[in-house]
Design a protein. Sequence first.
Lengths: 85, 100
Amino acid sequence: MKNQITLFSIYFILICIALALFRIFVGPKTSDRLMALAVISSLVLAMLVILGVQDGKSPYLDVALLYDIFGFLGIFAISRLIKEK
Amino acid sequence: MFNILWNITVLIITFLSAIFTLLGVIGLYRFKDNYARLQASSLATTTAPFTYFILALLLSNDWQSRLRVIVIILFFFISSPITTQIIARYIWKSEGETER
């Protein structure tokens, strides 16, 4: 039961990440790409936490905490340094 | 009895989190305005991972991983709405108000 639920959740998050990745390629403005990047960052964090809860995969939770911090700092840096074309 | 209740709760929260991510990502494509798209993407940025964290709290084995998930929840609850506000300010500085 636990293995099936985590497998379903991980596959579903992967599908949604692929959908949002398409928006980074297509989006006509910079703000669309920035929004899709924030969505991808948060969904990858959720996937890392679901992976880290399984048996024997406990270091993924430490990776998830650092990824949260760096994702936030990255979005902040991009919005300061890149201007709209 | 307690086992059945736990199973039903886990299934309901899994279903809810799947709905939140799908609605958040579909909303990126369907709205025409930049601010409306930001509102839809904040579903996928804040609400959906929060539900996944609650699911991880229910599914974990021991208290060591539960405490780490609680630390992640504390930092995420503060940083993620600030990210949405930073993006909204970026849209305001580049475009301004929208005409209707």
